[in-house]
Design a protein around this ligand. Sequence first.
Ligand SMILES: CC(C)(COP(=O)(O)OP(=O)(O)OC[C@H]1O[C@@H](n2cnc3c(N)ncnc32)[C@H](O)[C@@H]1OP(=O)(O)O)[C@@H](O)C(=O)NCCC(=O)NCCS
Length: 270
Amino acid sequence: MAQEKADFIEIQTPEGTQQTMPVEPENRFSASHVTISLCEVKDVDRVAEGLYACFPESWWAIKEPLELRPLEQITRQTRLAARLRPSFSCPEMKWIKATLNSTGEIIGVAGWMVPGAPVHNIWRKSAAAFYGWQDKFGWTDDEFEEWWQGPALDWDEEFEKNDGYRKELLGDEPHWYLTPLLTFPEHQGKGVGKRLLDWAIDQADATDPVTPMYLESAPTAKAVYMHVGFVEQSAGYNFLRRGPLVAKETSKDKAEKLQVKVEEKKSAEV
Ligand SMILES: CC(C)(COP(=O)(O)OP(=O)(O)OC[C@H]1O[C@@H](n2cnc3c(N)ncnc32)[C@H](O)[C@@H]1OP(=O)(O)O)[C@@H](O)C(=O)NCCC(=O)NCCS
């Protein structure tokens, strides 16, 4: 039987942006259209291409300011791929891809840090020293610095802050951590992202007790995560999932409703 359309979850998004929408049943890729599998190291170039294609310029403008960018986009892409390549063979990270069977093209990607991995995002410049990549791969300082020409000097700051929130919430509790999720624009809204999420959700829910899952969401993507049971946390963009309970409202909505109830009660008491 065809999968039904998801109940719509409405979220607030910044002006000029659009939230994701439930998959229309007639647009959905069937299991025979798409294969979900582990990435190989050679896939890193396509992943770097996807990161520039899928994440908005407003995000990249902060991370890689225009004045620091090389003239050629391909140089930018090659550098990003070089920075991420070690994470494609490190035990702490599983990169998952969705491949369109008819063309063999990668159309979606998820980066999952596995339960038990330390709280240190592989995106950080400091990850090279933290995970011992520079020694392991024998990079020279010059080539390492060349790959890091382009990112803002404070590239690590936001990631470090987010690792702090994650540590605060989960401590040493083993958890899945999603960083990042993307579907190439022409294939969005067809169920690809959900399949990439399910790869880890199925494993997280199969343990007893269930393994927590954590992520930071783009403002436009929150409904995707709430639809599969992630619950918004205090930073407003960080989400935690403990099993398959589906959250229909953000915690902010809940807090506002609670406030209204408190005020109603107070006025009834007067
Ligand atoms: C976010 C993103 C990865 C989603 O990928 P996608 O392939 O378009 O997602 P899907 O089509 O699989 O939709 C995901 C699920 O959420 C559901 N969904 C999406 N928006 C929804 C909404 N507003 N209300 C309820 N459900 C919603 C879909 O119906 C689907 O669930 P289903 O398969 O059970 O029906 C994609 O939009 C993207 O790459 N965006 C740019 C990069 C980005 O923002 N990444 C996320 C960063 S955290």
